[in-house]
Design a protein around this ligand. Sequence first.
Ligand code: GTP
Ligand code: MG
Length: 135
Amino acid sequence: TEETLVLIKPDGVARGLTGAILARIEAKGYSLVDIKLVEPERDLLEQHYAEHAGKPFYEPLLEFMLSGPSVAIRLAGNRVIEGFRSLAGTTDPTTAAPGTIRGDLGRDWGLKVQQNLVHGSDSPESAARELAIWF
Ligand code: GTP
Ligand code: MG
């Protein structure tokens, strides 16, 4: 089995989609090992998004992530890293496939923010690093 960090981002929490997103995750068979509501400090987000520092969307992304609480989940399951990213869909909700969290529930990106409902670690190394930051 494997673990990953999943975040329900501020847009998901604010829109009342926490339960709907958790239902999809649980229906897939993944296990909630730990879960909490977090209002992250900027410092935590800078660590989490270090790979994106300097990119044009970096500052708007941090502002968005500071706009409200997120739900942080330590999620376990067989090949859960790859599997959750498949469940989430591609980054841009506009073109994410129907049947995915972002494709079914995500709205178009605004001009300044990246509102795509969820985050999932993209490799075992990222998962270990990100779980240590959030938990
Ligand atoms: P995460 O699961 O959140 O990491 O999404 P991802 O792996 O599909 O995307 P990535 O790690 O490349 O980028 C992290 C976040 O930055 C995304 O989830 C978006 O919120 C935002 N983002 C990424 N690429 C772009 C982009 O080209 N433009 C804008 N506006 N936002 C972006
Ligand atoms: Mg990513």
